[in-house]
Each structure stands twice: as structure tokens, then as C-alpha cells.
Design a protein around this ligand. Structure first.
Ligand code: NAD
Length: 510
């Protein structure tokens, strides 16, 4: 078991050794053509921790050319799936070997508590490579033989060059969630991480370099969404875009890619309900509701940010909730005891706190939290006390808009009908959590909730083979298991006739 001191010393040592981060294009590290740099900030101190070379528009285009050349060479795209799988398993092993280093730098870069990153995110990232390596060897098609006449069958081929555009929350895990299936299916890619969390993508590129993939198979470019992101989306040589980020950004991306008709997977924002009926196991529901919204500092797409409580349990449940939330340990994210760390950026903290002002202006009440902690050792970081807002009406902005911080809104409901109306009464539809011990009710309600994923009596445990993604303004498409392969491969259908079927002979008669 590591201590805060161990992790802090490790963080300092790793940062001292960290060179300015360069782009990885065509198998080589490069500052890129612009000469521009930006800085990454430690959210716990607001001190700079890394200089990053921005690739700019021209660097993005170079990366796409490199990925295209690599794809066309066939070195990766035509490699035997078993060999591709071996290379991906090597990446998984290298991630596990460097798990402490990756976790410490990710925590230092994002403010997400080390325990949540080390156990949950980094090991899951390694699993992503192992999992999709296995799937690469199992890609199959459909066959439709028609006895004595013809055979129709389909094959799944890699699509080409993918642009993978990722957000700053849990960057390492989300990046591997895209890179692993993309490469497993035989595509080449250009990864563009978010500018507020560039460090772990650098380590991912190092790991992939060590795994010795053909040059240009994986490329990394840094820079803003406006320059690098837009250039990737507009590039005619990019065939598919997998994006995770805000809904408004997703809409912009689709506009940028419209002229060259990209294939998209969109994993967007959420405002997910946690519905608790009076007959539920209330102790487990309470644990799950708290963990679901305050883990990962509340910067979590699948966070259950709207707690809907049946009226008969409302007062008791809220009282217990407040008591627990007051005791959540806010602090240094490198401290293994910390449960909630600082938000990613001072600008994001300001945005989240803006919602607290909006809540009170609209007549809601902040029942606990809502302030920056007044401990001097936390003064320099982007800390916010875990917050619960009550007296909320569903039309209020805090009940409708994604806040993306440690903020929970609570609403009462009378019966199933009202629970469903409130749950579905938002423009998002990523996921939902349903707590009841009545199997009939759970089975009846779950498919009526407008969400891509519904968890029943469960805090977000799932098998990697299940489809992941949202409906309404939370996204388009599903990833995970064979669903990732449906996105990352082109289905081609081949019709072979046995040579005996009649063909109308137009023009044969003189
Ligand atoms: P964001 O939309 O601001 O940025 C995401 C990425 O898009 C970044 O790399 C950014 O540089 C890039 N980008 C920005 N403008 C662009 C443009 N015009 N063209 C191309 N690229 C552009 O999101 P964020 O603030 O980094 O992340 C938080 C958001 O991500 C939240 O809304 C959260 O719900 C969402 N998210 C969704 C899921 C999911 O699976 N549905 C998972 C994690 C996060």
C-alpha cells in the first residue's frame, strides 16, 4: 500500500523527468510545424506541470497522411489477426508494468483521486487492449447459401483512418476504449486528447512505440479543438470519427465532417437519473447514489446527477444523504484516503460554481456543500465541497443541464408514472439507475426509461461486451464488444452465383 508521501515523491520525480510533450507522427516524435506550445496545469495547485507542443492544423494533416500511408501499406491492416492480437496484448502488458507511473501522472494532471485512477481506470485500460485483442481473432461474417444457386456472404474489413477525439475526464481509460478496438479491427488512427489532460496520452504513445507497431499505425497530435480537432474532422482522408465530449461539441464536429461524409460514433453528455423506490434496499441505494455522482470528482459522463426519491422515503433518505456527503473526504488527489479531489481547471470550477448561484436564484436550496473548502492547504487548488441541492423543480436549469462536477440534485416523486416522467424529462439519455426490490416493476420500467443503459440495483457494473452509449442528445451509436467492431469495420457483402441462374438477355434478339 502506497502512502501520500510515496505518491507525492513519485509525482515530483516523474514531472522532473518529463520532457516537453511532443506529437507522435509516423512513428517519430516531433514538435510539429507550428512552434506553438501550451501548458498543462496541476488542478491541485494550479501550477504548470508540462509544456506541450501543439501540432496545429498542419501537424494534424501530417498525422492523417502518416496514418493513411500506414493503412494503405497493409502492414497493419492486412496483418493476420492473431499477430495484431499479440501486439495489442503487448500494449496491455506494458500498461500494467507502468501502471503506477501512469496513475500518478494521470492523477497529477486531472485531480482525480489516485485510488480511483490506479485500481479502476489504468487496469481497465490494460483490459481494454486484452479484450479487443481477443475479439480481433473472432471477427466473423454472415453466410447465406442458396442450394445450387448462389452463396451470399459478408466480410468485415477495416475502414481506414480514424480520428479519435477525447475529453479530459478519465483521459487514459477513454483513449484506450477507442484506440484498442480501432487498432484491433485493423484501422490506423490519429488520437487527439483534450488540452487540459495531455500527459497520459503521451505515456500511451510511448507504450505503443515500445510495442513496435508499424510506423503511422498510431499517431498522437496535441492542440485545441478549433484547430487540430476541426482539421481532423474536415480531412477527406479521415474515414471515421469516434468522439467523446460535450453535446454542443459533437454537433460542431458533425458539421465539420459533413462535407466529406464521415462515419461517427458520438458519446456525449448526460444528466442521468437515479430512481429510488421505497421498497429498495435503501442502504445499498444510498451507497450507490453517493458513489455514482461523487466518484471521479463528479466529472463522469455516467454520473447519476438527478436523484429521484419516492415521497415516502424522501425526508429520511435526504437526511442520511446529507450526513454522509458532509463526511466525504475532499483533499489532495495523491492521498489514498481522498474521495473527492480538485476539479480539472479553474475555469471549470467557476462554471460549476456558477450553477450553484443559478440554483439559489431559481429557488432551490443548497443542503450541503456549495462552497470551496476553507482549509488553507487546499486554497490553491480547484476544490469544491460535494454539494446536494434540494427543493428542485424539474424545469430548473440545475435539473436540466449537465454540470459535470460534484453536484447532486434531488427531487421527490409519487409513483411510477411520475418517476418516469421526471426521468425522461431531459434532453439527455445516456444512462439511468433504478432501485427497487420489485422485479415486476424493474422489468416494466427499465425499458421505458429513455437511456442507452439502465442499471437495476447496480452501481455501473457491466461486462465489456455490452453496448455502451446514449440516446437523445447523449449520443449516436454504441461501442463495446461487437458493437465497437460494427463501428470500426466496413461490412462488405459478396454475392457469388454458381453460373446457372437465368439472366434476362436484353438486346440479344436482332
Ligand atoms: P469537449 O467537448 O469540450 O472536448 C472534447 C474533445 O473535443 C477535446 O479533445 C476537445 O479539444 C475537442 N474539440 C473541441 N471542439 C472541437 C471541434 N470544434 N472540433 C473537433 N474537436 C473539438 O468535452 P470535455 O469538456 O473535454 O469533456 C466533458 C464532456 O465529455 C462532458 O459533456 C461529458 O459528459 C462528456 N463525456 C461523455 C462520455 C460518454 O461516454 N458519453 C464519456 C466521458 C465524457
Amino acid at each position: 500500500m502506497q502512502t501520500t508521501t510515496d505518491y507525492a515523491a513519485m509525482s515530483q520525480r516523474l514531472l522532473e523527468q518529463l520532457p516537453p510533450l511532443r506529437n507522435f507522427i509516423g512513428g517519430a516524435w516531433t514538435e510539429g510545424p507550428t512552434g506553438e506550445t501550451f501548458t498543462s496545469i496541476n488542478p491541485a495547485t494550479n501550477q504548470p506541470i508540462a509544456t506541450v507542443h501543439a501540432a496545429g492544423r498542419a501537424g494534424a494533416q501530417q498525422a492523417v497522411r502518416a496514418a493513411r500511408a500506414a493503412f494503405d501499406s497493409g502492414a497493419w491492416s492486412r496483418m493476420a489477426p492473431a499477430d495484431r492480437a499479440r501486439a495489442l496484448r503487448r500494449i496491455a502488458d506494458l500498461i500494467r508494468q507502468r501502471a503506477d507511473e501512469i496513475a500518478v501522472l494521470e492523477t497529477t494532471d486531472t485531480g482525480i483521486p489516485i485510488t480511483q485512477i490506479r485500481a479502476g481506470q489504468v487496469l481497465r485500460a490494460a483490459d481494454n487492449f486484452d479484450f479487443f485483442a481477443e475479439m480481433a481473432t473472432q471477427i466473423t461474417g454472415e453466410t447465406y447459401p442458396v442450394e445450387g444457386a448462389f452463396l451470399n456472404y459478408s466480410v468485415h474489413k477495416p475502414v481506414g483512418v480514424a480520428a479519435l477525439i477525447t475529453p479530459w475526464n478519465t483521459p487514459f481509460m477513454l483513449e484506450t476504449w477507442k484506440v484498442a478496438p480501432c487498432l484491433a479491427a485493423g484501422n490506423t488512427c490519429v488520437l487527439k486528447p483534450a488540452s487540459w489532460s495531455p500527459l497520459s496520452a503521451y505515456l500511451l504513445a510511448q507504450v505503443i512505440e515500445e510495442a513496435d507497431l508499424p510506423p503511422g499505425t498510431f499517431n498522437l497530435v496535441y492542440g485545441s479543438g478549433d484547430t487540430v480537432g476541426t482539421a481532423l474532422c474536415a480531412d477527406p482522408e479521415v474515414n471515421l470519427i469516434s468522439f467523446t465530449g460535450e453535446t454542443t461539441t459533437g454537433k460542431q464536429l458533425m458539421r465539420s465532417g459533413a462535407a466529406t461524409l464521415k462515419r461517427y460514433s458520438m458519446e456525449l453528455g448526460g444528466k442521468s437519473p437515479v430512481i429510488v423506490f421505497a421498497d429498495a434496499d435503501l442502504d445499498r441505494a444510498l451507497d450507490a447514489a453517493i458513489f455514482g455522482v461523487f466518484s471521479l470528482n463528479g466529472e463522469r459522463c455516467t454520473a447519476g446527477t438527478r436523484l429521484l426519491l419516492q415521497r415516502s422515503i424522501y425526508d429520511d433518505f435526504v437526511a442520511r444523504l446529507i450526513e454522509r456527503v458532509r463526511r466525504i473526504r475532499v483533499g489532495d488527489p495523491l492521498d489514498p484516503a481522498t474521495e473527492v479531489g480538485p476539479l480539472i481547471h479553474a475555469r471549470h470550477l467557476e462554471r460549476v460554481m456558477g450553477y450553484l448561484d443559478i440554483a439559489t436564484a431559481e429557488g432551490a436550496t443548497i443542503a450541503v456543500g456549495g462552497r470551496r473548502p476553507d482549509r488553507p492547504e487546499l486554497a490553491a487548488g480547484n476544490y469544491l465541497e460535494p454539494t446536494v441541492i434540494v427543493d428542485v423543480r424539474n424545469e430548473m436549469r440545475v435539473a436540466q443541464e449537465e454540470i459535470f462536477g460534484p453536484v447532486l440534485t434531488v427531487l421527490p416523486f409519487a409513483d411510477e408514472e411520475e418517476a418516469l416522467r421526471l426521468a425522461n424529462g431531459v434532453r439527455y439519455g445516456l444512462d439511468a439507475y433504478l432501485w427497487t426490490s420489485d422485479v415486476g416493476r424493474a422489468t416494466r420500467l427499465a425499458p421505458e426509461i429513455e437511456a442507452g443503459m439502465v442499471w437495476v440495483n447496480s452501481q455501473n457494473v457491466r461486462d465489456l461486451r455490452t453496448p455502451f452509449g446514449g440516446m437523445k442528445e447523449s449520443g449516436i451509436g454504441r461501442e463495446g464488444g461487437r458493437h465497437s467492431f460494427e463501428f470500426y469495420t466496413e461490412t462488405r457483402t459478396i454475392h457469388v452465383a454458381f453460373g446457372r441462374h437465368p439472366i434476362p438477355r436484353f438486346g440479344a434478339t436482332p
